[in-house]
Design a protein around this ligand. Structure first.
Ligand code: NAP
Length: 299
């Protein structure tokens, strides 16, 4: 299909972040927009430090059709929204901005749907219910993952983080949001307790940057800790495709899943939300994966 010309009717979507030059979102979204013959383009905006406070104003001024928000602005933009969706309010972070029918600026969070969608592909709907899960990390993305695991019915959820006070704060928030899902703190230094948690878990999720390019020799697994054979180890990192954690997991007889599907699904859920129509992303999933993996291989 030949590329649709950019005219004065072409609408602009985009992603803001700092840094932003390695984002895969423009490639992914433009491929899908073109395939669907939609008169939109998706661009990356490098928003520098102090300007993160003016994203809402910029969105309105330029009449953007939609924005994704990535590190470090997911929390900065929350206060600039007129309305938050349930997901954004609960998680306390916005990764998608759009306008509603009343012209109000709405902040949404599709990381929750992205993680749940990836889980559904690799574990199957309903399978996590009543089974344990281990979350490694307690930052912004861990909040979305913890909430998504809670919604999927996983229990108990074990939370392990380098900084114990941050894990305690996250567990406190979670107990308030989903009081029926027990959450237990496991110190990363207590290998015996960590292995007990692994033995009781169907899913382990890494939500730390340990293992992400260029520091690919790092793993969030402390020495002597090992997920249970047969369980699923999900690394939210997608660059590299196969992290050291995923290699360790596979060697231990676990199913190993990278973060690319989560990235793709959160993007497709954002697109459907902006355009207010379903996007047949499931049919395009293989093609998008191949496209993004080829881009990652370029380095
Ligand atoms: P964040 O808010 O900065 O949190 C980072 C977490 O990692 C914290 O719990 C931090 O522990 C821990 N950590 C960082 N460096 C560490 C180290 N050297 N040793 C031990 N723990 C360390 O970041 P975030 O926004 O949650 O993102 C985390 C990761 O999620 C990202 O790197 C990204 O790869 C992934 N992610 C993927 C997707 C996707 O679509 N696939 C979406 C969102 C995020 P402390 O509390 O001790 O500092």
């Amino acid at each position: 299909m030949s590329k649709q010309a950019i005219t004065s009717r072409t609408r602009v979507l985009g992603v803001i972040g700092d840094p932003i030059e390695h984002s895969l979102s423009p490639l992914m979204h433009n491929c899908v927009l073109e395939r669907l013959g939609l008169d939109y383009r998706y661009v990356a905006f490098h928003v520098q430090k102090d300007y993160g406070l003016h994203v809402g104003l910029a969105f309105r001024t330029l009449g953007l059709a939609g924005l994704n928000v990535t590190i470090p602005y997911k929390e900065t933009v929350v206060g600039q929204m007129d309305v938050l969706t349930e997901e954004a309010r609960v998680v306390g972070a916005v990764n998608t901005i759009g306008l509603n029918a009343k012209g109000e600026l709405v902040g949404h969070n599709t990381d929750v749907a992205g993680f749940l969608g990836a889980l559904e592909i690799h574990v199957g709907e309903g399978e996590p219910a009543g089974r344990g899960a281990v979350v490694l990390g307690a930052g912004g993305a861990a909040r979305a993952v913890l909430y998504a695991l809670g919604l999927s019915g996983a229990r108990p959820i074990y939370l392990a983080n380098r900084t114990q006070s941050r894990a305690e704060a996250l567990a406190g928030w979670f107990s308030y949001i989903l009081p029926d899902t027990p959450v237990e703190l496991v110190p990363l230094t207590d290998i015996e307790a960590l292995n007990k948690a692994f033995d009781n878990a169907l899913i382990t999720v890494n939500v730390t940057p340990l293992g992400m390019a260029p520091k690919v020799d790092a793993s969030p697994l402390p020495e002597g800790a090992q997920p249970k054979p047969g369980s699923l180890v999900f690394d939210t990192i997608y660059n590299p495709e196969r992290t050291l954690l995923l290699t360790q997991a596979q060697e231990a007889g676990c199913r190993a899943i990278g973060g690319l599907d989560m990235l793709i699904i959160q993007g497709m859920v954002s697109l459907a939300w902006w355009l207010k129509k379903p996007i047949p992303w499931k049919e395009m999933m293989d093609g998008i994966r191949k496209l993004l993996l080829a881009e990652l291989k370029k380095g």
